[in-house]
Design a protein around this ligand. Structure first.
Ligand code: FES
Ligand code: FES
Length: 153
């Protein structure tokens, strides 16, 4: 199969049972994407496939053949942080940071979907991303701020 990961087309041979999460972490050494529950319940493994958020632990790598995958490593241009990354820093929207890459990828998609127009809506549409440290107040504030910047750009 060939998939584009963070803008690079990669020819790969994968076992049919391999999850997208194991592919990006174990084969491509993109360790930003985290394995939390491995059962689709925590959101730590969230990546984008063709711009849409998916739980990579529940997605077979073979299913993304020919598609564009973006992980947290591909979110910024390599020089300037994405507004969502910057907002998470500015608002202390993390403690241990384990859930953070998944939170940020989900948050970017949440804004793109038009589901970040109020704090209540952000909470609802980010409810699939669990933060065991309870950094939710900062997370919602960061998304609110980044959303206005993303809409303005
Ligand atoms: Fe995928 Fe928890 S590791 S949802
Ligand atoms: Fe620790 Fe969210 S910052 S789990």
């Amino acid at each position: 199969m060939t998939i584009s990961v963070n803008g690079r087309a990669l020819p790969l041979k994968v076992d049919a049972r391999t999850s997208l999460l194991d592919l990006v972490r174990d084969r491509l050494a993109l360790f930003g994407t985290k394995k939390g529950c491995d059962h689709g319940q925590c959101g730590a493994c969230t990546v984008h496939v063709n711009g849409r958020r998916v739980a990579s632990c529940l997605t077979l790598a073979a299913k993304v053949n020919g598609q564009n995958v973006t992980t947290i490593e591909g979110l910024s241009d390599g020089v300037t942080l994405h507004p969502m990354q910057q907002a998470f820093i500015d608002h202390d929207a993390l403690q241990c940071g384990y859930c953070t890459p998944g939170q940020i990828m989900a948050a970017v998609a949440c804004v793109a979907e038009g589901h970040a127009t109020s704090r209540e809506q952000i909470r609802e549409y980010m409810s699939g991303n669990i933060c065991r440290c309870g950094a939710y107040v900062g997370i919602v504030t960061a998304i609110e701020e980044a959303a206005s910047k993303m809409r303005a750009s």
